[in-house]
Design a protein around this ligand. Structure first.
Ligand code: HH2
Length: 430
């Protein structure tokens, strides 16, 4: 412990420092540094930070009970004013409580009526998923890959004539293969091959034409690269052929809304990215009105992944993506980017694709895609800092180098405390 230096007049000075602590491990390390009683480190850590939790559609009967129980453990919850005079039937709720308060609140909610038992399970799942930083292995039919320990980089390989930033550059299979190898050399952890542009207003491509573009690249890559390959497709027949030809991951920009796609993915054993998009690439920019973009994308991905699991896709093979630029304005994409860590509450690794997108140009005040590299790197860093598992990018080398810093910095946030403490357990002092 460092001793405070006195002021020139001899009076002792105790400069107060607001601590930047994000994870429970970081809070515990700060508590340890005070040389406090080791018994108390866990208890104190669980008081160290408020986790605001948002719930939607809470009933008129449940909301006051939820508030009362949260107040009883020392937290609070906000809901619609109309709950008091019964002028609304349901409300959104924001609970404000520390980890320790939740540990006392959840058993109380589990004993309450009006679906608060289920609400308790939802809160518990969201909190545990949000704070989890441990690696997990995602198994495809051919290869497996690890996410969750540090941000991984997915290199984009578009074999299309019309992709918005690199259309036509890799149409020749030999050029596509060379580019794939280059990205792996630059440090890509995964590759994502696309045979249909999904830029706003793009002309749809038939599954046969899409497969004709992808097939030579997939077969050419077999045995040539060591990283798992993803195929960016909305078509179940292309997904199936891709898995048969060596792909481990299906990247579905339609968010598994087609039952045929869910069944194909389940049967094939592939891992899958469910990305949020409203409508289709042809229509997605026609309606950008959301009452709240984050809430809508979040509940949409929750429903999509629930449907996928009930159709047989193992939860351990699912990744989610809020779909920046897919039916979103520049402001909405930025809002999603800055709050992308919230999506970790669903319990699936989060993928983000900001690379070269027009919202980067909007921030810069320029429409020229040639000036989007630095913005794309900044977006990758913002997302990685917020705990996304995979960053999808056209600019692999620069992104890998930028994320090396995030990886090194995250070691500080996630380093365990000196002694083992129960940081997430129940409250013995309840
Ligand atoms: N963005 C694009 C395509 N696929 N998949 C995921 N999971 N996330 C994304 O953000 C995403 C995606 C658009 O980029 P690009 O592939 O370069 O363009 P195009 O669709 O024009 O080929």
């Amino acid at each position: 412990m460092s001793a405070p230096s006195p002021l020139p007049n001899g009076r002792p000075r105790h400069p107060a420092r607001v601590l930047e602590v994000e994870t429970l491990a970081e809070i515990a390390r700060e508590v340890e540094r005070t040389e406090s009683d080791p018994e108390g480190v866990g208890i104190m850590t669980r008081k160290g930070r408020i986790y605001p939790v948002r719930l939607d559609g809470i009933s008129l009967k449940a909301a006051p009970l939820l508030k009362q129980e949260t107040l009883s453990v020392g937290g609070d919850s906000a809901h619609a004013r109309g709950i008091a005079d019964h002028s609304v039937a349901t409300t959104s709720v924001v609970i404000l409580a520390t980890w320790g308060q939740y540990q006392r609140l959840l058993p109380k909610l589990r004993r309450q009526p009006f679906r608060l038992t289920e609400t308790a399970e939802e809160i518990d799942h969201a909190l545990r998923s949000y704070v989890a930083h441990s690696p997990r292995t995602i198994r495809g039919p051919h290869r497996e890959f690890v996410v969750g320990d540090h941000p991984r980089v997915m290199g984009v390989l578009n074999v299309t004539p019309d992709s918005f930033s690199d259309g036509g550059q890799h149409l020749e299979p030999a050029e596509a293969l060379a580019h794939a190898e280059r990205m792996v050399t630059e440090g890509a952890d995964l590759l994502d091959i696309g045979g249909e542009s999904t830029r706003p207003g793009a002309t749809p491509v038939s599954p046969d034409a899409e497969w004709a573009r992808i097939a030579p690249v997939l077969s050419g890559l077999a045995g040539r690269i060591s990283v798992p390959v993803s195929v960016d497709t909305r078509h179940p027949e292309v997904a199936q052929k891709a898995v048969d030809a060596g792909a481990d991951l299906i990247n579905d920009v339609e968010g598994l809304r087609s039952e045929a796609m869910r069944r194909t993915v389940a049967k094939s054993g592939a891992a899958v990215i469910a990305m949020h998009m409203r409508g289709t690439p042809a229509t997605m920019q026609t309606n950008l009105v959301y009452s709240e973009v984050r809430a809508e994308v979040f509940s949409n991905l929750a429903a999509a992944t629930d449907r996928a699991v009930s159709d047989g896709v193992p939860a351990e093979k699912i990744l989610i993506d809020p779909g920046l630029g897919f039916g979103k304005s520049a402001e909405q994409s930025l809002d999603l980017l800055v709050h992308v860590g919230e999506f970790r509450s669903l319990g699936y690794p989060v993928v983000i694709g900001a690379s070269r997108k027009s919202f980067l140009g909007w921030a810069l005040g320029s429409d020229d895609p040639a000036y989007r590299l630095e913005g794309g790197i900044a977006a990758a860093v913002v997302a990685a800092e917020r705990g996304v598992a995979v960053v999808r990018t056209h600019d692999v080398g620069a992104t890998v180098r930028a994320l090396a810093l995030v990886r090194a910095a995250q070691k500080f946030a996630n380093a365990p405390p000196a002694a083992p403490h129960d940081l997430t357990g129940s409250e013995p002092d309840a």
